[in-house]
Ligand binder design. Structure first.
Ligand code: AMP
Length: 157
């Protein structure tokens, strides 16, 4: 029987079944409370709270990882654009003190006013709030499995 492996996302323990992308310094995770289909996170492997804490290599890898993950989730979830955003520190809306980029597929008309997506990400105002029901481990695993397969196929195209 193989032991379950976990990664850290701030104080949270993320089972590897929820990770669909790995690079030298970063991971792609499915989201516990996505604000829309395909809202995923690119995090650093090292647990540090702020962008300023990253080495240049980590920051570069995060950007390249976001580009790769964005390409895949946009295609998989049939988006036509992406919102990619980092809430860098608590006053900027960060709730998990571990550097992470939100990668969110967008389609025409998904939010009536484009920038309302930032309200949706707001832990106090938006759908990304404490009252929202978290997804089950199984739901998250299923999405990560689908994305991993798609990632492998898409890389070869
Ligand atoms: P922020 O408010 O910018 O710090 O974003 C935190 C993000 O992490 C939100 O999108 C949450 O839904 C997500 N999140 C929180 N806990 C977990 C977890 N255990 N697994 C996956 N995503 C999480």
């Amino acid at each position: 029987m193989s032991a379950l492996r976990f990664y850290s996302f701030g104080p949270h323990k993320i089972p590897e079944s929820q990770v669909f992308y790995r690079s030298k310094f970063c991971l792609g995770l499915v989201n516990l409370k996505p604000i829309t289909s395909g809202h995923v996170l690119v995090i650093t492997k090292r647990v540090v709270p702020r962008m300023r804490d990253l080495t240049e290599e980590e920051a570069e890898d995060m950007m390249i990882s976001a580009q790769k993950v964005g390409r895949v989730v946009e295609k998989f979830f049939k988006g036509t654009s992406l919102t990619m955003t980092i809430q860098d520190g608590p006053q900027a809306g960060q709730t998990v003190p571990h550097v992470h980029m939100h990668v969110i597929p967008r389609i025409k008309g998904d939010w009536a006013n484009n920038d309302d997506i930032y309200d949706a990400l707001d832990s106090k105002k938006g759908v990304d709030n404490d009252e929202r029901k978290p997804r089950t481990t199984e739901e998250m695993k299923q999405e990560a499995d689908q994305l991993s397969i798609f990632f492998d196929q898409y890389k070869e195209e």
